[in-house]
Design a protein around this ligand. Sequence first.
Ligand code: PAF
Length: 304
Amino acid sequence: MDTVATAVELRARIAAWRHEGARVGLVPTMGNLHEGHFSLIDLCRRQVDRVIASVFVNPTQFGPNEDFARYPRTLAQDQAGLAAHGCDLVFAPTVEEMYPFGVDQTVRVEVPVVSAPLEGERRPGHFAGVATVVTKLFNLVQPDVAVFGRKDYQQLLVIERLVRDLRLPIEIVGAPIVREANGLAMSSRNQYLSAEERDRASLIHSVLLGMQGEVNVGRPIAEVERLAASILEKAGFVADYAVVRSAQTLLEPAVGQRDGLISLIAARLGKTRLIDNMPIDPNAPIRRLFEANHVPPTNLLTNL
Ligand code: PAF
């Protein structure tokens, strides 16, 4: 497995594969790879002949007070993991290679509407940064398939919309969330958490399960959301949102809507901002939420 850093080298490699008739897949990443990322590589591997992973910490998707500078950069370790998972080529460009006119003068790609709520409200400009870099990567690689994790659910919707609107002939595949044994969704940002916070962070998954149960027993959605946020706050999180939305549009559900829903949470624990989500399965075993002070996360759910 080789690593290339320039568009010219990348295009030359892909041209040779295309000449052989190979189908090409892309897994865009910001590096600091964990089992969640490797599951994307494995999924891509099953669909195409050649897998490319990009490793690029994209400055345009970070806000001025976010963690761009301290975002972990671990290319050597990433390369070893990617090779072990059968990745064929790593594209690890510099900022200058991706933004030849500088980040301030880049052509920008905006995906309206679906970028607006939730993460879009809390992180202005984030999705324009994601859409811009992903469009650049799609243009360079022209993959048949591109794989993204479902943990960044709104990002997946933004990219699906982008591909449909620009009529790019790329199949977008959403890969299931990979969780730690305690339920915490895997994320590069989990390493900012202390051991104690990591334990406590499993509450987010428990609350998502509980939100599903509450919706499925018919509890009004506004109440489910209030309860979920309050449980998180009482456990020491600052909840940016804990909501139930229509899974296709991220709009608030219609009155009585019980199908096609998803619950989404963004919450800060100490200095770390965590996001997670769970499509609501109307047939899932019912687990209820209840509010109590100082109850360990595992006791916050009851089985009916
Ligand atoms: O999900 C990510 O890691 C990033 O947002 C992506 C898609 C690689 C774009 O920089």
